[in-house]
Every structure is written in structure tokens, then in C-alpha cells.
Ligand binder design. Structure first.
Ligand code: MN
Ligand code: MN
Length: 316
């Protein structure tokens, strides 16, 4: 028996400003619904160091996803013709307690992965990638990583704390969650606490592509090299919206100038096609600083692009 596939509610069946406020106006499903892909919100921003607001991003990205239609006109990807995809709701974090929230997220993703679904996550600040990677490690072992960000997020601590939105990849390395030779960080830039801040990443074996190496050029050739480096093993995509330039994505908490363009962001994700993508996230959108909604719109589109490169999605 073939399983029922879900389609986003069409703008010809219900005005786009009406209908369910789910991601892409998909059905809202529980984790026992036999999903291939689950869109999940993590309304968490108590790990952020500057401007807050990412707790509001899952709702805002759902709202701004209302214009997304089912087919990718550039790549011809047809995810909804191939996979059972729905909005699996939000993680019920404890907004008064960071440590408890991290545990809650980790246990939630254990359940997501046990259900067989590939998680695509609407953050939330970047702290949330740590519990997601812990759950992924239990299922897949160490994963490769495509990390887009203005920041390396490898601080040993922030204000004396080991878990915050600037530390997750340091903790992930310490805990053995990453296959360090299969990690690439793209878009890093700005000012540092020390001139060699990014060298810690390089010392772990990560490929670091600073923003200046990306200026004025297509990233398609870079992604061919990345795909060769990451090979056949499991890969996670973690996309911090501040990797893109604040001209395109001003609605975020820790803004750095001189960032990637929107087409470069698309090239990075589209360049992941063919890899064994086991999940992805779009983090650090902050709706209070997103007065036009364009940052959340961009985030929603980038999540759709991640959906389009998942294993099992065919092009028409
Ligand atoms: Mn980050
Ligand atoms: Mn960042």
C-alpha cells in the first residue's frame, strides 16, 4: 500500500492569507503519522547574546511560508510528489530554564528520529543545534556538517556559560558528534576576540570559507568541492540566517556586515543535492527586527530549498 502524500494547501483552494498557519499550509501532524519529513519549530532564544526575538521565528516563518508553491522552478524538485511531509508543530521548551530546554529538545528529536522522519527545523537561536546533533549522533554516529554563519559558534564559553548560541560546535566536537574532516563552515567574518579565533575550527579539520573568499563569485564550484569532501556519509545542514548579508536578512540578533548574497545561499543548499542529508535547520531569525517580514520569508524559502535536496526527492 502506498502511503498518502500531503500537498501544501493551494492558493487556488484557499486565499494565501487564510487557511492553516502551518509551514507551507501543510497538514499539522503528530510524530506518529509516519512522516518522511517533519517541519518542527523550536521557539527558543534564551541562549542568545545580543538582540533576542528568535523565539518568535517559527510562527513568523510559518506565516511567511504561505506563498511557497510545491515545485522548485529552478531545480524542478518535486518533494511533495515523493515524500510524506507535514508540519509536526513546536517543541515545548521551558523558556525559564536553558539546561532543561536543551534536554527537552534532545528528547524530542530522539522521538522524531525514532519515527523515521527527517527533521527540518525552524529555530530558535543557534543553541538548539547542540541537542539536535546529540540526537542525530545516537542514530547516525558522527555526522558531516554544512554550517552557514557569520560566526564559527565555537566559543569555549560565553559569559562563563558552556551552552549558549555561540558555543554549540565547540561542544559538538568535544562530544564527538561531528565527523570533523567532513565539516565546512561558510560565511565567517567580522571582528573577533582574537585574530586566530577561526583557527580552532581549522585545527579540528574543518574547512573554513570566510566571507571574503565568497565575495563577487558563484559558490557552485565551492559546493562541488564540498560535496566531494563530504562524500557518502550522513550530513546535517545548519543555516544561521546571519550568514547572509544584513541587507538581505536584517531581522536577526548578531548582525555582521559583508555577508553572503541570497543567490549564494541558494547555491550552497542546492549544492548539497546528492549528499545524504539527515536533517537541517534555519536559525536566528528575529521577527522583532524584521519589520518587512523579508528575513522570515527568506528563512522559509531556504527551508524549502533544504527540503528539495533531501534524499528521495526527484526532479520532474
Ligand atoms: Mn550561529
Ligand atoms: Mn551567527
Amino acid at each position: 500500500m502506498t502511503k498518502e502524500l500531503f500537498q501544501p494547501l493551494s492558493g487556488n483552494a484557499m486565499p494565501r492569507f487564510g487557511g492553516p498557519a502551518t509551514f507551507m499550509r501543510l497538514p499539522a501532524c503528530d510524530l506518529d503519522a509516519g512522516l518522511d519529513v517533519a517541519f518542527i519549530g523550536v521557539p527558543f532564544d534564551i541562549g542568545t547574546s545580543n538582540r533576542p526575538g528568535a523565539r518568535l521565528a517559527p510562527r513568523q516563518m510559518r506565516d511567511e511560508s504561505r506563498m511557497l508553491r510545491p515545485y522548485n522552478m529552478a531545480t524542478r524538485a518535486a518533494p511533495f510528489d515523493c515524500l510524506r511531509i507535514a508540519d509536526a508543530g513546536d517543541v515545548a521548551i521551558n523558556t525559564f530554564n536553558l539546561a532543561k530546554s536543551i534536554d527537552i529538545i534532545e528528547r524530542h528529536y530522539d522521538r522524531v528520529l525514532a519515527s523515521g522522519a527527517t527533521p527540518l527545523t525552524m529555530g530558535g537561536d543557534h543553541t538548539i543545534v547542540l541537542p539536535i546533533l546529540r540526537a542525530l549522533h545516537r542514530r547516525h554516529g558522527p555526522v558531516g556538517l554544512v554550517h552557514v554563519d557569520a560566526h564559527a559558534d565555537i566559543n569555549d564559553e560565553m559569559f562563563g556559560e558552556k551552552i549558549a548560541h555561540g558555543t554549540p560546535f565547540r561542544r559538538a566536537v568535544e562530544e564527538g558528534l561531528l565527523d570533523c574532516k567532513r565539516v565546512v563552515q561558510i560565511g565567517l567574518r567580522g571582528t573577533g576576540y582574537a585574530a586566530d579565533d577561526f583557527d580552532w575550527s581549522r585545527q579540528q579539520g574543518f574547512r573554513v570559507v570566510q566571507a571574503e573568499e565568497c565575495w563577487y563569485r558563484s559558490l557552485a564550484p565551492l559546493m562541488q568541492e564540498v560535496a566531494a569532501q563530504l562524500g557518502a556519509g550522513p550530513v546535517y545542514i545548519s543555516f544561521d540566517i546571519d550568514g547572509l548579508d544584513p541587507a538581505f536578512a536584517p531581522g536577526t540578533g548578531t548582525v555582521e556586515i559583508g555577508g553572503l548574497t541570497v543567490p549564494q545561499g541558494l547555491e550552497i543548499i542546492r549544492g548539497c543535492r546528492g549528499l545524504d542529508i539527515v536533517g537541517g535547520d534555519l536559525v536566528e531569525v528575529s521577527p522583532p527586527y524584521d519589520v518587512t517580514g523579508n528575513t522570515a520569508l527568506l528563512g522559509a524559502n531556504l527551508l524549502f530549498e533544504m527540503l528539495c535536496v533531501l534524499p528521495g526527492v526527484k526532479a520532474r
